[in-house]
Design a protein around this ligand. Structure first.
Ligand code: ADP
Ligand code: MG
Length: 289
């Protein structure tokens, strides 16, 4: 285990607000696993244990691992959608761990999230236009004209039109809805976006379109992505660096090219071996930016 500890430690020591979009340190999240007759928690299980890493501005750090490894829990902890049991989170240089609700709301304009299933993440009773404007309404400080302009710009950028604004989620396809979720996530000009399996729920045929859109938007807006995925062939296309989780712990963290070439952990090798050899992403590799 020593090589694991060393590579993880190396990732966790540096912190520089100018280049760091997200820094998590010693993050642990425990859930109750057993209670006694009186409802008192007698046993807990760590969904995430002692996880430290950082995401630099403008880069994609992929968080990978098999189902149940703790990836989504880390994503939610990173934006404090759930409270950590211990550990700290810095977003764009600010420690959000003990931040007040009003300060946290401001951070939520600069650090946003895209979830796996847009049918679940968007309000089914709200028209698309409202869903996209809602983060601006929650923040306050945007004029009606400014909101309308931002919505129009983003709608166009994600490949939708003004016709869609009055639609409801049930009237749209999964791919269209994920584009709405992307517009919603970007409408307050964030610098960090946590993407939790953002194409896993979409039809195979449209995944690459949405992935390409995310990559283009990253370049245009210098976004940092914490990109959660269990799909190594997708990670290979999108990641600058990769952090590997196994049963709640970070076991390996390295730049994408070296992780694919020389995985340090047996677990990582197993994840990589799940990529079909014939898969196109095996044949090409995006040059380093
Ligand atoms: P992943 O996204 O990698 O599939 P998750 O972060 O969703 O993994 O879950 C990690 C572990 O934590 C799993 O064993 C899951 O059952 C557990 N877990 C997640 N959320 C809760 C919760 N609210 N209550 C109890 N256990 C949870
Ligand atoms: Mg998950």
């Amino acid at each position: 285990m020593t090589d694991t500890t060393m590579s993880v430690a190396r990732e966790s020591v540096r912190f520089d607000a100018d280049v760091t979009a997200l820094a998590v340190e010693g993050l642990t999240k425990s859930y109750p696993a057993g209670r006694n007759l009186f409802g008192r928690v007698t046993e807990t299980v760590d969904a995430v244990r002692g996880v430290s890493f950082e995401v630099r501005r403008g880069e994609t750090l992929a968080l990978v691992g098999e189902s149940g490894a703790g990836k989504s829990t880390v994503g939610r902890l990173a934006l404090r959608l759930i409270e950590p049991t211990s550990g700290s989170v810095k977003v764009l240089g600010e420690d959000i761990t003990a931040m007040s609700a009003s300060d946290l709301r401001k951070v939520r304009a600069r650090a946003t999230m895209i979830f796996q299933d847009p049918f679940k993440s968007l309000n089914p009773r709200a028209q698309i236009g409202y869903s996209i404007s809602e983060p601006m309404l929650a923040q306050g400080g945007y004029s009606g004209a400014d909101r309308a302009k931002r919505i129009a710009t983003l709608l166009d950028r994600v490949g939708l039109t003004a016709h869609h604004l009055e639609r409801y989620p049930y009237e749209m396809s999964g791919g269209q809805l994920q584009r709405v979720a992307i517009a919603r996530a970007l409408v307050t000009d964030p610098e960090l976006v946590v993407c939790d399996e953002p194409v896993a729920a979409l039809d195979m045929s449209i995944r690459s379109h949405v992935v390409n859109l995310l990559r283009e938007l990253q370049q245009e807006r210098n976004l940092a992505y914490l990109f959660i995925s269990h799909d190594m062939s997708l990670v290979r296309v999108i990641a600058d660096r990769i952090a590997v989780m196994k049963r709640g712990e970070l076991v390996e963290c390295a730049d994408a090219a070296s992780l694919f070439e020389k995985p340090q952990q047996e677990y990582t090798r197993t994840l990589l071996s799940a990529i079909p050899a014939s898969h196109p992403s095996r044949r090409t590799f995006r040059p380093a930016r």
